[in-house]
Design a protein around this ligand. Structure first.
Ligand code: SAM
Length: 327
């Protein structure tokens, strides 16, 4: 469907849990709290209700697909921590009209799950990895799991999953590793993508001066050749001669792409969030109780009024950390 501004909305991100087994410095209130669930972090800001069941997500997905959405991304929190994840993927992959069903994961404990994920219908994975240095990984995430994640990335790629690796670079922290991360694409057919730090969560709010922009990186790597856009236009894709994979830049801070935004988000506690950078949400639980027709009508009305764009420039304060939105 199109919203009031004529944008064709085709993509929904389903945050299937707000719990996470990592405590990434920029994602929640990390650094001020020990590893905790997303719900515990949320309590500090606005509170979060019970997570939706797999059936609830299936109903919401069916309603969204009936409105023309054909890409559903599973995210979190950490989706691999959800016990019924594979059942949920089967439910979503069986919906007629779903053309793309990727998952965003931190990759911890991924390798042993790959066979089951594939059988459930998953073909694409975005794996978050900000550093190739074991100590820095532990410092940024709170957990010593770098080798586990690297194993997951390599096995997923060798099993034929389409893999994108997502990194958030921070000045004075892991910015120096951009070249090493790009080197991953030399021997592996993966897409290495750099996402600009956003002011969502305490760290991003307080560290606008530590954003590494796509312009900063492109100036450092002149061998990267532009190859077009991906992910509904929000990712600029580059290639380097002789490398198997590609490099992408997602630049919400330096290159506002709201006019092309084609996505909506469903939080683990059943809220429709139409923009990362606008706090307004619609609680879908009452409509779930009423049935799929009421749910579809409510989604249609709300999506039609999707905000024009984020307000990151104007001292925006998110009511949720990224771990409770889903990225
Ligand atoms: N646990 C999964 C993971 O680690 O990929 C999925 C959830 S995580 C919230 C999704 C993505 O959001 C990750 O790639 C993470 O790097 C990104 N992210 C979290 N906080 C961010 C911030 N303040 N700015 C930019 N990206 C952020």
């Amino acid at each position: 469907m199109r919203d009031a501004l004529g944008r064709e909305i085709r993509y929904a991100r389903l945050s299937v849990t707000d719990a996470c087994n990592l405590n990434c410095v920029y994602c929640g209130d990390a650094g001020t709290k020990a590893a905790c669930t997303g719900s515990e972090r949320m309590d500090a800001r606005s509170g979060v209700g019970d997570p939706l069941t797999a059936l609830d997500f299936e109903l919401i997905a069916r309603a969204l697909v009936s409105l023309g959405i054909d890409k559903l991304r599973i995210t979190g929190g950490e989706p691999l921590t959800r016990p019924d994840l594979e059942d949920l993927i089967v439910r979503l992959s069986n919906i007629e009209g779903v053309k793309d069903l990727p998952m965003t994961t931190n990759g911890v404990g991924l390798a042993p799950r790959l066979g089951a994920l594939r059988r459930a219908g998953m073909t694409r994975l975005n794996i978050s990895l900000d550093t190739l240095n074991r100590e820095r990984y532990a410092k940024l995430t709170g957990v010593d799991a770098l080798n586990d994640v690297l194993t997951g990335i390599r096995e997923a790629a060798s099993m034929g999953f389409r893999v994108k690796v997502n990194a958030v670079l921070i000045k004075g922290e892991n910015e120096c590793e951009a070249g090493d991360l790009i080197e991953l694409t030399r021997e592996m057919p993966i897409s290495m993508r750099f996402i600009e730090l956003m002011p969502i969560g305490a760290f991003g709010e307080e560290n606008a001066d530590k954003i590494v922009t796509s312009g900063d990186l492109l100036a450092r790597f002149p061998a990267l050749v532009p190859k077009g856009r991906d992910s509904g236009g929000v990712c600029s894709v580059y290639r380097q001669e002789g490398y198997m994979g590609s490099v992408g830049f997602i630049s919400p801070m330096s290159h506002r792409f709201c006019a092309d935004c084609n996505r909506v988000r469903i939080t683990a506690d059943g809220k429709l969030r139409l923009c990362l950078g606008v706090n307004d949400e619609l609680d879908l639980k009452p409509y779930l109780a009423e049935g799929i027709l009421a749910l579809t009508d409510a989604l249609r009305d709300a999506i039609y009024h999707k905000p024009r764009g984020h307000s990151f420039e104007s001292a925006f304060r998110s009511n949720r950390d990224m771990s409770a939105i889903g990225g």
